[in-house]
Every structure is written in C-alpha cells, then in structure tokens.
Design a protein around this ligand. Structure first.
Ligand SMILES: *Cc1c(COP(=O)(O)O)cnc(C)c1O
Length: 393
C-alpha cells in the first residue's frame, strides 16, 4: 500500500469543478489585481478567525514580513521567537536587519515556553526586544494566556505566526476573564499561510494578516502596496505583497470545508494515538504520541478549550532516522519538521548568536510527522502503524 504524506488529488476529486469555475470567474472578470475576490476572502477569513480585519498578501512569509515592517522593526532591533519552527519565522527578522532572540520550547507542545520568555525579557534591561513572534506549531496554539500577559506587562507587541494553525483555539485567561481565543486573533496581528500543504491551502502561494486594530490594518494595506497613498505618492517604503485574486477565488471554494477537514484530521489523530497506544510502543516509551495541552477542559458552552487542528501529527520516537528510512522504503510518506533548529542554521553563523536551546535540539533529533490529511483512510492508518510496530520488532 502507498500512503503519501499529503494527497491533494484526493480533495481535487470533489473540488475540481468548483475550483475551475472560480478560476474561470477571475479570468473572465479581468480584475487581475486586488478586486472583489480578494476583498471577500479577507472578510471571510477575518470572520472565521474572530478578527476585525484581514489583509491578503502574497504568502505566509510576506504576512510575517509586512507585520514586522509595519511595526517599524529594523536594523539592530531584537525580536523574541521560538527556535523550533519553519525557517520563515526567523528569515523575516534577519531580512530586516533585526536579530532573533530564542526562547526554548516546551517539550510537550513544542511551542515557546513562557518561563524561558520571562527570563529573557527580564534580562533585556536595555529594552532592545521590539516584538514577539510565537508560533502555533503543528496546529496547536502556544500558551497564549501566559504569552500575552508577559508581552503586555513589558509593552511588547505580539505577532502570531499562525501559518499552521488557522481555526485552532486555545484558552485565553487574562485576570479573571476566561474565554476561548482563536489562532491569529489574540496578538496585535496573526499571520496565515495558504501554502498548499496548510489546512487551508491555495493552488499556489498566498497568505493573510488578520488584526483587531484598525490603525495597524491600514498600515498593512499601505505596506502591501509600496506604501502608496494616493497612487504614486509614497509616505513609507513598502513593497508588492499583494494576494492574487485567482488564489483568493480558489481559497473561497475551500474555506467552507475547513471545519470538516479539521474534524477529519482530529479523528485521524485519535485513531493513530489509539493504535499506537494499543501496541507496546507507547507503554515502553519508544514512541510518544502528540499531546493536547489542556485536553479535556471545556468552556461553559461545552466547547473544547484547546482545539488542535493537526496540520501535522508528530511523534517523538527512538531511532528516528532509521524509522524514517524504513517508512519511506515501505511507501509511507513522512517528514521531519524540523531537523535543524533555527539557532543552529548555518546562515546565522556569522551573527554568532550564543544560544542554547536544549529542548528544541532534542526535539529536532526525535520528531517525525506521519500522514494526517483529511481523506486518509483507517486502512491506511492501520498499515502505517503496522509498519511502525514491525520496525521496532
Ligand atoms: C508555512 C509556514 C510559513 C511560511 O508560509 P509561506 O506561505 O510558505 O511563505 C511561516 N511559518 C510557519 C510556521 C509555516 O509553517
């Protein structure tokens, strides 16, 4: 049996007609820059995320970049982030001449550890840290209650890298106020990627920034279009970070499916975790299943407080590299997110950032992602687990 890591063909089977119609609509409209499809998607995604404004951009990377640009982050500024993420989280900081500062992660959620953040913020007596970028890795929110409380107490804006977490929820407990926060809507801005492998993926590159802040939204809109207002009068230096209307039209076809896909991914995660737990691998510690922090806690309305959208289902395992080879040999797609933590990347060498993040370094050597896409069948999952069990036997 062949089990790919992601199978976009499987969703094309029921989406193709609508996607082709959406693209054709854009072609026939001759509105090829901005226009009604982009505006409609911005409204729909902002509403879905519980945010007031959505600003469509060219990619998740550019969503992060224009957010930092709109904050005025530049040469010599410091930005606090996680060492365990996709490169873009750090790349945008470096491209602006700013310097990343890394707070090590929590070993269970793989997200930035607020206790490490607090140490770093307290040691920053010169107040050089100008922004904080938490990442909601694999589709599970970082501990936003603690992060927002810390950020507010130091007066530092938070830009959420929610590229992997559109639609994820987490508890937001600020003082006595207890509510559910949705990924991207809790910080000053939330950045999304519509890269085809994300839970909401376009038919090419696309991204969006959402925010509750009107002034910041206006700044983002300026920044996305060369800082021009009116046309040909440039108050600030922006760039061309616009969202393509063809992508917007395609994403509008997919957005209504998103909650169902999240449910399917959650069901698949439950099946994997059950099958692995039934084997002896979990009991003897050779395999650790992903854990949902705050699992079982519900709000007054009965809604799960922490909702993981499982963009990735990531195990922590013994003999990771050998397992990966074995799975690939058996036609099972798998991937390592990420083999090298950000603070160990070669491009940072000349900055000589002296950082130790032992938890992230350990995770980078032990984690492996299995196929979790919504159309995955139980037969496929049985086969994957069978092969994992066989490997350790
Ligand atoms: C995918 C991703 C990005 C970048 O998104 P692109 O649309 O590929 O530019 C940024 N951060 C994280 C955590 C991601 O997973």
């Amino acid at each position: 049996m062949k089990v790919p890591l992601l199978d976009l063909q499987a969703q094309l089977e029921y989406l193709e007609d609508d996607l082709v119609a959406a693209v054709t609509r854009v072609v026939q409209s001759t509105r090829y820059i901005q226009g009604p499809e982009v505006e409609a998607l911005e409204e729909e995604v902002a509403a879905y995320c519980g945010a007031s404004y959505g600003v469509g951009v060219s990619s998740g990377t550019d969503a992060l970049l224009i957010s930092l640009m709109s904050l005025g982050i530049g040469q010599g500024d410091k930005v606090l982030t996680t060492p365990y993420s996709f490169f873009a989280t750090m790349g945008v900081i470096l491209r602006l001449g700013a310097v990343p500062v890394f707070a090590d992660i929590d070993p269970i959620s793989y997200n930035m550890d607020p206790a490490r953040m607090e140490e770093i913020l307290k040691a920053d007596t010169e107040r050089e840290i100008k922004a904080i970028i938490p990442v909601h890795l694999y589709g599970q929110c970082a501990d936003m209650s603690s992060i927002m409380q810390l950020a507010d107490s130091f007066g530092i804006p938070v830009i959420e890298d929610a590229a992997q977490a559109i639609g994820a929820d987490c508890p937001m407990i600020l003082d006595t106020n207890r509510k559910i926060g949705r990924a991207g809507s809790m910080g000053l801005a939330g950045c999304f990627s519509f890269f085809p492998s994300k839970n909401l993926g376009g038919i090419g590159d696309a991204g969006m920034v959402v925010t509750q802040n009107k002034d910041f939204a206006e700044k983002l809109v300026l920044m996305r279009n060369h800082g021009a207002q009116p046309k040909y009068y440039h108050k600030i230096v922006g760039g061309n970070f616009r969202l393509d209307p063809i992508q917007a039209a395609a994403l509008r076809v997919k957005l209504p499916y998103l909650d169902r896909w999240h449910t399917n991914r959650n069901e698949n995660a439950t099946v994997y975790s059950r099958l692995l737990t039934e084997s002896t691998l979990v009991g003897d510690g050779r395999v650790v299943c992903p854990q949902i922090v705050y699992s079982g806690e519900f709000s007054a309305s009965g809604k799960q407080l922490n909702y993981h959208i499982f963009n990735q289902y990531v195990l922590r395992v013994e003999k990771r590299d050998e397992l990966r080879e074995w799975l690939q040999k058996n036609d099972i797609g798998c991937e390592i997110y990420y083999p090298v933590p950000l603070h160990k990347q070669e491009c940072l060498a000349k900055l000589s950032i002296d950082t130790h993040c032992p938890v992230a370094e350990k995770a980078a050597g032990e984690t492996i992602a299995l196929p979790i896409y919504p159309e995955l069948t139980v037969e496929m999952q049985n086969y994957v687990v069978e092969k994992i069990v066989q490997f350790y036997d």
